[in-house]
Design a protein. Structure first.
Length: 64
């Protein structure tokens, strides 16, 4: 079960990242707004590029 060790490291890093982002998001000033806007930008870009990728893959399997 050598594959379990890297997965444990990845899960531990995700949990630690959530703690760090929570500390930043609960900060003073514009920090919560900046974290929220950053999240929206990331989600929007993933959605747009995901749709473009699905369209490109779909185009491979359709007749001209």
């Amino acid at each position: 079960m050598e594959t379990a060790v890297p997965l444990n490291v990845i899960v531990d890093n995700i949990v630690e990242m959530n703690d760090l982002f929570t500390d930043v998001a609960m900060g003073d000033g514009a920090a919560p707004l900046l974290v929220a806007m950053g999240g929206l930008i990331v989600i929007a870009s993933l959605g747009i590029f995901g749709a473009l990728t699905l369209g490109a893959v779909g185009n491979l399997f359709t007749a001209n």
